[in-house]
Ligand binder design. Structure first.
Ligand code: AMP
Ligand code: MG
Length: 349
């Protein structure tokens, strides 16, 4: 299959491009498009054959449900039995935006592959001019996970989608770099208190200010049976080819780790704030200024992907605070690292 990648400028009249995308979607094909979080790979959420193509293109495990993207708050009632008041409040304040709300789904409306047999569905209205125009022209719900091969870091540029899905999907709408660079917060409002199944751009602090207590389980708690789970959490995510190790954000510790790794012949890629530039890592990817956590989030996946273009044999990533968006960043870093931490005993392992 030939993959076409078309640049879309939101300030220019691009009706033809949107009709091409809408035609493909209506014909049961998949299309990659930018959102404010990461690039999504979409299919019409009521067409089961089309949705199955998303799983095939990504190599996504078939028991991992998809988020359904919609173009307006009014559409929610088409798919949801009873919309809880707290969900309405969240939609009013945070939509369009990086918040997916998991609610009880009406039966037999969305394709079975979207919900993979769950009685709930996650809905979101993205805050991106191209995504919204596509949804509002199509006038149908679009199921869309991130447009990467399963397990790889999510795409924050059209070029990343091409790297993973070239020859596998027909169309990529290129809207440049995504803004936030981390996937949406997933909030389950079917439990009390509501639970954050995946941290993201809308933080626990922001949610609690609006709706009161919100439960944000740690990764370990998420792996335990008693806590409500996002089924997708059990899979490897965001992983570059070389192993990733977390390391404390302390320059002396990082410096001696690099020295130790060089002694045993490793090639080290360091992902750290700009203040770490002068250390002697073989490759260095800056997370930006230490104080700017949003910039860190927006660059994380690009940096993880860039490691695959080097011959680094190990990747060290410094940690960050877990406040605000930091919770989402640490969640992704811990998963990319498979929760491995660099220790002085590294060479003996
Ligand atoms: P992705 O599509 O890869 O961005 O991941 C979507 C995330 O949302 C995964 O972790 C899913 O498990 C989670 N998710 C989607 N729908 C539901 C649902 N109905 N209930 C719980 N989690 C969901
Ligand atoms: Mg994903």
């Amino acid at each position: 299959m030939k993959t076409t990648c078309i640049p879309v400028d939101i300030n220019v009249d691009n009706d033809e491009v949107y009709s091409q995308a809408v035609d493909l979607l209506n014909r049961g094909e998949v299309v990659a498009f930018p959102t404010e979080t990461v690039y999504g790979l979409g299919a019409v959420a009521t067409n089961d054959e089309a949705v199955k193509k998303i799983f095939a293109a990504k190599g996504r495990p078939s028991d991992n449900p998809l988020i359904v993207h919609i173009g307006s708050i009014e559409e929610v009632s088409t798919y949801i039995e009873e919309i809880p008041d707290i969900a309405l409040k969240c939609m009013e304040l945070f939509w369009p935006g990086p918040l997916t709300i998991v609610m009880k789904a009406k039966k037999d409306i969305l394709a079975p592959s979207v919900t993979v047999g769950l009685s709930t569905v996650g809905l979101r209205m993205p805050d991106h001019a191209i995504a919204l125009k596509l949804l509002q022209t199509l006038k149908k719900p679009v199921a869309a996970p991130s447009a990467n091969k399963s397990g790889k870091p999510s795409p924050t540029k059209a070029q990343h989608v091409e790297e993973d899905l070239q020859g596998i999907i027909p169309l990529i709408l290129d809207g440049g770099s995504t803004g936030i660079g981390l996937e949406s917060t997933v909030l389950d409002v079917t439990v009390n208190p509501p639970a954050i199944l995946r941290p993201g751009g809308v933080t626990k602090e922001m949610l609690e200010e609006l709706i009161g207590e919100v439960f944000q389980p740690s990764l370990i708690e998420q792996e335990q049976k008693e806590t409500p789970k996002a089924p997708g959490m059990k899979y490897t995510h965001y992983a570059p080819n070389a192993p990733v190790y977390l390391i404390e954000k302390d320059k002396e510790i990082v410096k001696s780790a690099i020295k130790q790794l060089h002694q045993v012949g490793e090639k080290v890629a360091l992902l750290a704030p700009s203040q770490y530039l002068d250390l002697s890592a073989d490759y260095y990817f800056s997370f930006g200024d230490e104080g700017n956590i949003e910039e860190f989030g927006s660059k994380l996946y690009e940096d993880l992907r860039a490691c695959d273009k080097t011959n680094a044999t190990i990747i060290l990533a410094t940690t960050t605070s877990t406040e605000g968006v930091g919770a989402a960043i640490m969640n992704r870093l811990e998963k990319a690292a498979g929760r491995k931490w660099f220790t002085k005993d590294y060479a003996n392992n």
